[in-house]
Design a binder for this molecule. Sequence first.
Ligand SMILES: Nc1nc2c(c(=O)[nH]1)N[C@H]1C(S)=C(S)[C@@H](COP(=O)(O)O)O[C@H]1N2
Ligand SMILES: [Mo]
Length: 390
Amino acid sequence: MNEQRHVILSSPENSETPLAQMHSLVTPNRLFFVRNHFDGPTIDLASWRLRIGGCVEKELELTWEQLDAMPQRSVFATMECAGNGRSFLQPAVSGVQWGAGAVGHAEWSGVPLAFVVKRARLKPETCELVFEGADSGTETGHPEPMPFARSMPLAKACDESTLLALRMNGERLEPEHGLPLRLLVPGWYGVASVKWLTRIEAVRTPFEGYFQTVKYVRQRRTGRGVVTESVGPMPVKSEIVRPRDASQIGIGATRIFGMAWAGEQAVEAVEVSTDGGVSWQRAELIGPRAPHCWNLWEYLWEVVAPGEHTLLSRAIAADGRVQPARHDPDCGGYQIDFSRPTTVRVDPTLRSDDILGDREALQASLQEMAEERFRMRLDVELALTHGAGI
Ligand SMILES: Nc1nc2c(c(=O)[nH]1)N[C@H]1C(S)=C(S)[C@@H](COP(=O)(O)O)O[C@H]1N2
Ligand SMILES: [Mo]
């Protein structure tokens, strides 16, 4: 077990989920990517409080135990950093040089934010909520220390799936992921899900914090000219995880495997091209499709021709949006959602043993299917027969 997060920057930690080693739907907590702007704060749970104030009838101050005693809800949600994939942009764009792995999928549990907000009773003039973390520091162009803070419109904040999350995959949050409490905004880029949450402030005028007016912004062309807006919902996107780019494969069956997600929507379909985008075939989605959730997918490719092949995948969302072929320059170094080619070389002297090589993946999928359908684990031993059928 040498799986670990792939460190891009070590201080503060910025590290990726090792996607190439992923076999199951949920990303284990210890492998789930970490995106920190500042050093993680030291928090004493006994004295930690969540404070809710500003434009409210009743200010609240809650302990972890009080939050834990409130009605809980669990949400499966995929979280991606808006800068994920930045290292693939040409020309290069400054910022953390993420590969493909600043994304993960977990079961998040906690108190619906709406439940707590209702108790605080927002005054009618409230326009949005500001969420503040316990971490602080300086940023380029901002020499004074500031806390990590973001705001969100009321409608999304009060959506039943937006959580004050205490747990991730059934475990108390780990320090890197925001212990004791984080916001979880399903379907939105990770930047909205403020970690180490200490304060929620109801405000009368739009918040213009650094992480939504300077960083994590994109341009949009409108009838009234170009406007700058903060990134919000994640678009539709897919990744090919295996085979690896620049790898060598043999003649025979090769399993192309990856993930696809569509922000607040479910994934409708994934298509795969093995000829650089000339023709497209449907991939198989593994497991149920659901809003906020990525799908694992696979495509069994019968490899006959030697030489170089360019593989592409494109996802389609439930509302019909299709993953784009090119990066939108208006997005700068964010929202990097284009179909990125994976190039493989087929060596005619090799026989593909990919199915055998992917035995663990197949076993993991069978386990997952069994757990989903029958709520029990399977005790299976796989005998694989090199393409002669199972
Ligand atoms: N307090 C705080 N919250 C934060 C951040 C941060 O630096 N500080 N990073 C944000 C960003 S940009 C992302 S992508 C997610 C990443 O969450 P993770 O580290 O648990 O994967 O947390 C968000 N919440
Ligand atoms: Mo992010």
